[in-house]
Ligand binder design. Structure first.
Ligand SMILES: CC(C)(COP(=O)(O)OP(=O)(O)OC[C@H]1O[C@@H](n2cnc3c(N)ncnc32)[C@H](O)[C@@H]1OP(=O)(O)O)[C@@H](O)C(=O)NCCC(=O)NCCS
Length: 428
């Protein structure tokens, strides 16, 4: 049996044989299907890329129907249980788990780049104290590009590696300083004696103590959350990083674009929206009325549903377990009962079951973040720090892929036909 698709164009009666490989046909192969020589050829129309692969990727696999997520072949459950965020970052970026000396060198390199240029503080000070932290992150990432002229050499693998390290190292510093700025507290400089997450907590929370000792349960919980958020294949923000990066824009600006995509409430802003929703519901008794509102399409159940997962998001399951460990330290978040009941009712309701709407990664993560002491506006920032690794892995893969070019979708023009300019005096 040939791996081809036979297409008959009923406008002309002609038949075409289109090659199938990896369960995919190439859109460009349809361009040869024409009515006559003046015809542009067939295009594929796929708003929101619901069924279009834009790249070949060896980084992350999601099987949405089975609820499977793997980084470079390793199941997310095993990585969450046995690995660390920096090790996972290495895996995502360079394809294999590091050996002991590779991991030591990698951690060392990241630790040595955690400081940011002092002038970045001037950028921070330009914001109002209550500016949304994500708006600051987007701007400051773009600002960083102005400190590193050489980062424009995106075709040079060694330059890329240098800036990949810088970005992973500096994300927690910038994020923590956004947090301190929000609170009117002095910025805390990195403590390179601490690990990646421990140092982040130091820059967030340290006050007058001479040295900061992160709570190991909270530090491990944040590390696991970072692992779970590190990559998610061709999502909206990774696609933004690839699309902007395809113009050979430097990685800082490409990641600023990705962060801007992440900022949206349908993407990384969803956990913020979940918390607001849980607060608004207020108590378990109000859930049935709320669910009715969702079913009447007055609103969405935030933290539910996913473009790819049509099963329980495996990250949501891990986070639900993690929540109990964190609450043992911080005390139970009172919104947890509302979330658990909401999940129970929704998973039993035909509206959600028939549409395969399950809790996604954002449903429980916000509860943990809130219990650790983060305001909701900071949640997307906590997503952006680890996701920077995924963006960089996707960006690097795109640049190394000989088939990729500057991203440029086609359109179906539905506007006015050619018409002549009408002088103002003749307009009605
Ligand atoms: C994530 C999301 C944007 C995916 O959207 P999508 O793939 O475009 O799916 P659609 O919007 O086509 O939804 C399919 C159906 O499910 C419904 N639906 C999807 N998510 C829903 C939700 N959270 N609450 C209620 N209904 C929902 C839609 O109304 C639609 O119903 P219909 O076919 O009767 O019109 C969407 O599920 C959503 O808005 N979720 C809430 C936000 C969120 O948690 N985002 C974080 C993602 S990690």
């Amino acid at each position: 049996m040939a791996d081809t698709l036979t297409v008959k164009d009923n406008r002309t009666g002609k038949e075409y044989e289109i090659e199938i490989s990896d369960g995919t046909v190439r859109a460009a192969d349809f361009r040869g299907i024409k009515v006559d020589d003046d015809d542009f050829g067939l295009m594929l129309y796929d708003p929101a890329f619901k069924n279009t692969a834009s790249c070949r990727s060896a980084i992350t696999l999601i099987d949405g129907d089975k609820g499977i997520l793997r980084y470079r072949g390793y199941p997310i459950e095993q990585l969450a249980e046995q690995s660390t965020f920096l090790e996972v970052a290495y895996l995502l970026l360079w394809g294999e788990l590091p050996n002991e000396s590779e991991l030591a060198e990698w951690s060392d390199q990241i630790t040595n780049h955690t400081y940011v240029h002092q002038y970045l503080i001037r950028g921070m000070e330009g914001f109002k104290w209550d500016a949304h932290a994500m708006g600051k992150m987007v701007s400051l990432l773009g600002t960083l590009s102005t400190f590193y002229e050489d980062s424009k050499q995106v075709r040079d693998a060694s330059v890329r590696r240098e800036h990949i390290i810088k970005i992973i190292a500096k994300m927690p510093t910038i994020a923590a300083w956004c947090f301190r700025h929000m609170q009117g507290r002095p910025y805390i400089y990195p403590d390179n004696e601490l690990g990646y997450v421990g140092n982040f907590m130091n820059m967030l929370f340290r006050m007058a103590e001479p040295s900061y000792k992160p709570n190991p349960v909270i530090a491990r919980a944040l590390d696991v959350l970072f692992i779970l958020h590190a990559d998610h294949e061709q999502n909206c923000s990774a696609s933004a990083a690839r699309a902007v990066g395809s113009a050979e824009t430097d990685p800082y600006c490409s990641l600023a674009a990705a962060s801007a995509a992440l900022y949206g409430p349908l993407h990384g802003g969803a956990n913020e929206a979940v918390l607001r929703m849980l607060r608004e519901i207020g108590n378990v008794g109000n859930i049935p009325g709320f669910i009715e509102g969702v079913k009447n399409r007055e609103r969405r159940l935030m933290g539910f549903g996913h473009r790819v997962y049509k099963n329980y998001d495996p990250r949501a399951r891990i986070i639900k377990g993690l929540a109990h460990e964190v609450f043992a330290v911080t005390g139970k978040n009172p919104l947890l009962d509302i979330a658990l009941e909401l999940e129970k009712i929704a998973l039993d309701d035909d509206f959600f079951v028939s549409r395969k709407l399950y809790p996604n990664v954002d449903f429980y993560s916000g509860l943990i973040y809130q219990s650790i002491g983060f305001p909701v506006e900071f949640f997307p920032v906590l997503f952006a720090i680890p996701r920077a690794v995924g963006w960089l892995a996707q960006w690097q893969e795109m640049l190394s892929d000989a088939e990729q070019k500057i991203a440029r979708p086609r359109q179906i023009y539905v506007g006015a036909d050619k018409r002549d300019y009408v002088p103002m005096s003749e307009r009605g």
